[in-house]
Design a protein around this ligand. Structure first.
Ligand code: SF4
Length: 283
């Protein structure tokens, strides 16, 4: 069996920076360390961090009562209101928001102050997008498909600023941008899809096209892994989404197959290795 692992599979720059820093702080600090929500979208990593002492705060009630603590901000950022509450409660903030996400916050703030109506192409329920939306001081809309465009309350000659969730599907985003350009005269656009995401999406396409079987590894709550799976499935009908080594045990792959491997930005290397060990041993 030939196995080809994508060069971009696994931790991206932002996730690696956050995970390495979090482990380092937990190890060195004598006080309790908190994080607002899970640090990244991978349950294996976040449960290991919890076991090592990181305390996840998930409810608004817990956040507003947190005072004078060390608090880590996750890679995809938090809502501005939450950030401001943490600050005013005298917490020490260790901001591990990926710089690419922070840049979107600044762009949204700047353009909404200049009177633009903002359109974010992405998933309105994703924490990154909720964070982005919170930085707007003017009208902001989140769209993911053509139906959402029909709901936009924007006039033809309004100033419109378009940005993207860092992990959104570039092909879908391009399609929506083409429609928006026909609807509005005054569009400014900054492509904020992260390079790591773009490279991974380009790579998975090529790999899936060249392989008989594709394995896409990552958590089911990781939006970028789900997008990799959707793309791979278009080019390779035998594409499998694997969240754990256990999932790999059920696979039946012919030993003559060429197998491609991709993994989301929050998938640790050890999970990829563990799964491949299972795939190799099994067949
Ligand atoms: S995928 Fe890109 S934007 Fe998201 S954490 Fe990684 S490097 Fe940052």
């Amino acid at each position: 069996m030939e196995i080809i692992i994508g060069e971009n599979a696994g931790f991206c720059f932002g996730v690696k920076r956050a995970v390495d820093t979090a482990y380092d702080i937990i190890e060195k600090s004598k006080e309790k360390i908190y994080s607002i929500g899970p640090l990244i979208h991978n349950e294996l990593v976040t449960s290991d961090l919890r076991n090592k002492g990181l305390i996840e705060i998930n409810s608004y009630e817990d956040i507003i009562t947190l005072k004078n603590k060390k608090v880590i901000i996750r890679t995809h950022g938090i809502e501005k209101e939450i950030y401001d509450i943490l600050k005013s409660n005298n917490n020490e903030i260790i901001d591990l928001t990926c710089p690419f996400v922070s840049k979107i916050h600044s762009l949204v703030k700047e353009h909404s102050e200049k009177g633009y109506k903002i359109i974010v192409i992405g998933d309105k329920d994703h924490p990154e997008v909720k964070g982005i939306v919170s930085y707007a001081k003017s009208d902001i809309f989140v769209i993911i498909n053509e139906d959402d465009i029909k709901e936009l309350k924007i006039n033809k000659d309004d100033k419109v600023f378009v940005i993207f969730q860092t992990t959104t599907n570039s092909k879908n985003a391009q399609k929506l941008v083409d429609i928006l350009r026909e609807l509005f005269y005054n569009i400014k656009l900054v492509n904020t899809i992260c390079n790591a995401t773009q490279n991974r999406q380009d790579e998975v396409k090529v790999l899936a096209d060249a392989c008989d079987v594709m394995l896409v590894i990552g958590s089911s709550n990781s939006s970028n892994t789900k997008k990799l799976y959707e793309i791979a499935k278009i080019y390779c009908k035998d594409t499998y989404f694997l969240a754990s080594a256990e999932d790999a045990k059920a696979l039946k792959i012919d030993k003559n197959c060429k197998v491609g491997v991709s993994a989301g930005a929050s998938t640790p290397k050890y999970l990829i290795e563990e799964i491949l060990k299972n795939v190799r041993n099994e067949f």
